[in-house]
Design a protein around this ligand. Structure first.
Ligand code: NG6
Ligand code: CA
Length: 521
């Protein structure tokens, strides 16, 4: 009897062992295939593209079929925000997951500014690298380079490659600021050692023409600012000498960065990759390739939006041809709201017609009103994200923690919320509250409400003709009922105002101390 039991126990154990072996045999291969399938992540980031600029967001005068394909085939956010109403702070927040007003250097930078991200600071690309991603940036940087006194003729460091990017091909600051050259992995592209580059934001180099003194050399005239060195007939901010062969051709910039982005994707398609594709449009100077001149009927500003839309379409075609669309999360957004005349006489006002760059929103770039920071915000993932519209409150600040969750990292920051479910369209529970920033001033959104503290300074910028949000009194708006911010309820809803002030002050202790108004440089 004993023997029989022992025998059957043995047989049972043996069977268990065999079946567990079988399971083991299958499991590793399955896990491996899941692991190699880590999704690629692409952030396409426009420069100064407004909330009302896409067909999918209500534009009727501009045709943006490729942006719309992403918006209508993915999740289109109606309450998606940049962290700031200008470029540098928004980009800082996107890459670090930290509110830009916490860093006093995160404001519009000259082309000679040192890098404002600490090389020891956690960043989105560093986090992704730890998870096995190859990381690249193509396009606009505007977060500073070097540590001060950059020698543009040597390797420029620290820069993107020192804060998490394996590959970089960038323009240093903005298209309207010198140096007007591409920089690849820290080296100026096509630099001739016999024609070294010098850059200064303080004074001109002897004998060099400027926009101010040599209007006869200009093919595009300046309106305000933008009257220093002339490159390709366009006057810029800042002075530059040398580097003739390295200077970019403005009209070719869209094609240049598109080629770079496509090449990057093709090269890294067999490993998980993160590409930050930072478009230069429709920031000034607006220089569409001749193929796009006249396509919008709105002058250069509209034409470069059509160009950017085309660029995105071509880029998506590449992803499709490479079979990557089903395994790639694409996030599309803009660094700040729209501006029409931002310093050049480019017919942007004259030819705007009925187009409303900010849609129904009040304000624009530089403004604490909604149009400063509420921007197009789209997540697209073929077959994974069900097309839809989400009213959840999301900020670009949240990409850090949300993308960490996507790739299996538990990294996050205090300011960045993990909203992965929201970005994937599986939840509508966005943020409860968020601090907004515009030229070092801050405001506060909580639920449907936004509160703007009193600020000195002009109500409307005479340069860009945008309402900046400054007022002697507190402003309080209910965005659900009054998206265009026409009714200040600060005096009629005191309990709400007090609630908002208290919640705001809990986050921003001394925001008001750091006020810097928009000024001409
Ligand atoms: C402003 C420039 C503006 C633009 C902006 C930065 C003047 C008068 N205006 O100072 O043209 O370059 O800076 O834009 O110089 S951003 O999108 O990069 O923040
Ligand atoms: Ca911008």
């Amino acid at each position: 009897m004993k023997k029989i039991i022992n025998f059957s126990v043995l047989t049972f154990c043996l069977m268990l062992f065999i079946s567990s072996c079988k399971e083991k045999k299958e499991t590793p291969t399955e896990t491996a295939s899941v692991e190699t399938k880590k999704p690629n992540i692409i952030v396409i980031y426009a420069d100064d593209l407004g909330y009302g600029e896409l067909g999918a967001y209500g534009a009727t005068e501009l045709k943006t079929p490729n942006f719309d394909k992403l918006a209508n085939g993915g999740m289109r956010f109606t309450n998606g925000y940049a962290s700031s109403a200008t470029c540098t702070p928004s980009r800082y927040a996107l890459l670090t997951g930290v509110y830009p007003w916490r860093n006093k250097d995160a404001k519009i930078l000259p082309g000679t500014a040192p890098l404002i991200i600490d090389t020891n600071q956690p960043t989105l690309p560093k986090m992704l690298k730890k998870q096995g991603y190859h990381t690249g940036i193509v396009g606009k940087w505007h977060l500073g380079l070097g540590t001060g006194n950059v020698n543009w003729n040597e390797r420029i460091s620290p820069g993107p490659n020192e804060v998490g990017f394996d590959y970089s091909n960038i323009l240093a600051a903005t298209q309207d600021r010198v140096p007007t050259v591409y920089i690849e992995n820290g080296h100026v592209v096509n630099l001739d050692p016999n024609d070294p580059i010098e850059v200064s934001y303080k004074k001109n180099f002897e004998g060099e023409p400027t926009g101010l003194k040599n209007p006869e050399l200009l093919k595009m005239d300046w309106d305000h600012g933008h009257n220093n060195s002339i490159v390709n007939g366009i006057p810029r901010i800042g002075f530059m000498k040398g580097g003739e062969a390295a200077k970019w051709v403005d009209e070719d910039m869209a094609d240049y960065f598109l080629d770079e982005a496509k090449t990057y994707v093709k090269k890294h398609k067999n490993e998980p990759f993160f590409l930050y594709y930072a478009l230069q449009q429709p920031h000034v100077p607006r220089t569409p390739h001749p193929r796009f001149v006249g396509t919008s009927g709105m002058g250069p500003r509209g034409d470069v939006i059509i160009e950017a839309d085309w660029v995105v379409g071509e880029f998506i075609k590449t992803l499709e041809a490479e079979g990557l669309l089903e395994n790639t999360l694409i996030v599309f957004s803009s660094d700040n709201g729209p501006v029409v005349n931002d310093g050049y006489k480019d017919d942007s006002i004259e030819k705007l017609g009925n187009h409303k760059p900010a849609g129904v929103l009040r304000g624009g770039k530089y403004s604490l009103f909604e149009a400063g920071t509420r921007v197009p915000f789209i997540t697209y993932w073929k077959g994974k994200i069900k097309p839809g519209v989400s009213d959840a409150l999301v900020s670009q600040l949240d990409l850090y923690s949300s993308l960490a969750a996507l790739v299996g990292s538990n990294e996050s920051t205090d300011d960045s919320k993990n909203l992965l479910d929201v970005l994937m369209g599986n939840s509508t529970q966005g943020r409860d509250e968020m601090v907004l920033e515009a030229t070092s001033r801050t405001a506060f959104r909580k639920g449907d409400w936004v509160m703007i503290p009193p600020y000195q300074g002009p109500a409307i910028s005479k340069w860009v003709n945008i309402e900046l949000g400054n007022d002697k009194e507190y402003q309080l708006y209910n965005l659900k009922e009054d998206i265009s911010q026409q009714h200040n309820l600060a005096k009629t809803n005191l309990p709400k105002l007090e609630e908002m002030k208290a919640a705001f002050e809990k986050i921003v202790v001394d925001a008001n101390k750091n006020v810097e108004q928009l000024e001409l440089k």
